[in-house]
Design a protein around this ligand. Structure first.
Ligand code: ADP
Ligand code: MG
Length: 271
């Protein structure tokens, strides 16, 4: 893993929100790297800036926010202050599972039509995803009765089902990088385990890289090779999952570790 090539390097990602007393930094100079096939966990309490860091990488932060920073993705440089320039990365290059499902599913289109417009290999002329592929994918993320779902609309599905459909959509184009923001929070533990397994398979077999965001270090430690800990908009420390568990430098990280350990998580040795 440590010798596979870099797929992503983010430098000085900052997000500022305008307020009555001037701008506030909600993400402050976050920097991190990711290798091909690697899983980077980003953990931290609610409001620490995890989602905005991810949205900034895709040019999807709200228009009221000011984003700056540099992104190097697969050898190409991008300026994060220019959301338009990041658009070509979304979809086949970088798939995103949003924390807020409303950002992914169009309420006036059937579930099936979301999949029909996807082109797995990014060429506009490439064939779209077949119905059988879509049904297979929905089955693999634990959607019961997938053929029926294709004809339904988002409002006809439970929150947990919408989340699974969204995960299938993000994985459908087999992206080089998957950014998964709290991907399993609304799901019961069986489905959660199934989805984490699927993500793990895609990275080991297909070399997909993953940024896995969660407030819960226990969830992240199941998959992540390395972990970045965020608090109040800053990355406090980054280390291998094992180092974070056994040798955290920061008090805040040690508190997250003790919470995760009391939830019964054991880090595999030798990662
Ligand atoms: N559109 C916005 N305008 C102003 N502040 C925002 C906006 N979106 C998020 N924030 C603030 O930025 C901070 C970080 O938010 P977020 O990245 O969603 O945190 P996390 O994902 O770690 O819970 C929070 O304090 C939140 O209130
Ligand atoms: Mg969030």
């Amino acid at each position: 893993m440590s010798d596979s090539p870099l797929i992503l390097s983010a430098t000085d990602v900052s997000v500022r929100a305008p307020g009555a007393g001037g701008d506030t930094g909600v993400v402050e100079r976050a920097s991190f790297t990711l290798r091909r096939g690697e899983v980077l966990g980003i953990v931290g309490e609610s409001g620490s800036g995890k989602s905005l860091t991810a949205l900034a990488l895709l040019g999807l932060a709200s228009a009221n926010l000011r984003v700056s920073g540099q992104l190097l993705f697969d050898g190409e440089g991008y300026d994060l202050s220019s959301p338009q320039s990041l658009k070509p990365l979304r979809g086949p290059r970088i798939g995103m599972i949003f924390q807020d499902p409303r950002l992914s599913l169009n309420p006036v289109r059937s579930i099936g039509s979301h999949f029909r417009e996807l082109r797995p290999d990014a060429r506009p002329s490439a064939p779209s995803l077949s119905r059988d592929d879509t049904i297979g994918l929905l089955t693999s993320v634990g959607v019961p009765d997938p053929a029926k779902r294709l004809k339904q609309y988002a409002h006809e599905l439970s929150g947990g089902l919408c989340q699974r459909v969204m995960i299938a959509l993000a994985l459908a184009t087999a992206p080089d990088l998957l950014i998964a923001d709290e991907p399993t929070t609304a799901l019961d533990t069986t489905v959660q385990a199934q989805i984490l397994d699927l993500i793990d398979k895609l990275r080991t077999k297909g070399g997909m890289s993953v940024i896995l965001i969660s407030h819960d270090l226990a969830v992240v430690s199941e998959l992540a090779d390395r972990v970045a800990v965020m608090r109040r908009g800053r990355i406090l420390e980054t280390g291998s999952t094992q180092a974070i568990f056994e040798n955290a430098r920061d008090d805040y990280t040690r508190r997250l570790v003790s919470l995760a350990s009391s939830a019964g998580v054991l880090v595999e040795q030798g990662r």
